[in-house]
Design a protein around this ligand. Structure first.
Ligand code: NAD
Length: 255
């Protein structure tokens, strides 16, 4: 049975994708970073996967840690075997939300941590999954980007920079992995009410503007994106490669 690997499985898009893929017949391997307070939501995602009759292997682990990643990839190789990972979803929200200038300006450490977790970590996971033979012919890589990759929102500078890294990594991986039959696309979700959104300074204003702009008349939901990812996992999506795919009801292009 095919497995999807979700980085950021315990909340938001990652949790919705885990549930949608389990319902579609996939086992789910997931990486998340939670303390005791948010453990109930981890347990709830796991329970829903199991209720769908699928297996859940979760790792409470910093996805940007090299040794942790190596351990998880080795374990997945044991459990899933050659070509056993059908898709990798990078959906990590772990960034510094600070301006570039002023008293509270982002430090080098904060900026580099944000770029690493929310940007370059995609490359290391892709490298290791391909090297281990887990991701192969028909494989999919998706990484969550946002309108903040090409717009300025207060305090979003470090995350916006990480989205530029992420989108560049997706383009490069799309071309380098195409000969292996693996496609890579960045997924641009509309503004979605998740814990990560609520941490952005002025989140209420972002929500208000998105509601006014979105031609669908509502915010994007994690399920909107999860359902689209299940479609993109179908064999018929094999030639969709190297895009920034908007899954936002038309929000980003609306005036
Ligand atoms: N919410 C939005 O409006 C929106 C819109 C577009 C794109 N995005 C992007 O989607 C992605 C997911 O966001 P979300 O809104 O679902 O966030 P969320 O806060 O609901 O979920 C984040 C997940 O990442 C995990 N995580 C965070 N840091 C980690 C780390 N170092 N190692 C392992 N796991 C870690 C958390 O445990 C959690 O499972 C982010 O990249 C975000 O920028 C969000």
């Amino acid at each position: 049975m095919a497995t999807v690997l979700i980085l950021g499985v315990s909340s938001g898009f990652g949790a919705a994708a885990a549930r949608a893929f389990a319902r579609a017949g996939y086992d789910v391997a997931g990486v998340h970073l939670d303390r005791r307070g948010t453990q109930p939501q981890v347990d709830a995602v796991r329970a829903d996967i199991e209720a769908a009759g699928r297996q859940a292997w979760f790792f409470n682990q910093n996805a940007a840690d090299d040794e942790g990643r190596a351990r998880i990839v080795a374990e997945l190789r044991e459990r899933c075997g050659e070509g056993g990972v059908a898709a990798l979803l990078h959906s990590l929200a772990f960034g510094s939300l600070a301006p570039f200038v002023g008293e509270r300006a982002a430090t080098r450490k904060q900026l580099e941590m944000t770029l690493d977790v929310m940007g370059s970590s995609l490359v290391y996971w892709a490298q290791d999954l391909v090297a281990a033979g887990l991701l192969g012919q028909g494989g999919r890589i998706w990484a969550m980007t946002s309108s903040g990759s090409h717009m300025v929102w207060p305090g979003y500078g470090p995350v916006s920079a990480a989205k530029a890294v992420l989108e560049a990594a997706c383009r490069q991986l799309a071309v380098e992995l195409a000969p292996r039959g693996i496609t890579t696309n960045a997924i641009l979700a509309g503004v979605t009410d998740t814990p990560a959104l609520r941490k952005i300074p002025g989140a209420d204003e972002l929500v208000k503007k998105a509601l006014a702009r979105n031609p669908g008349g509502r915010l994007t939901t994690p399920e909107d994106v999860a359902d689209a990812l299940v479609l993109l996992a179908q064999p018929g999506a094999r030639w969709i490669n190297g895009n920034v795919l908007r899954i936002d009801g038309g929000e980003d292009i609306a005036g």
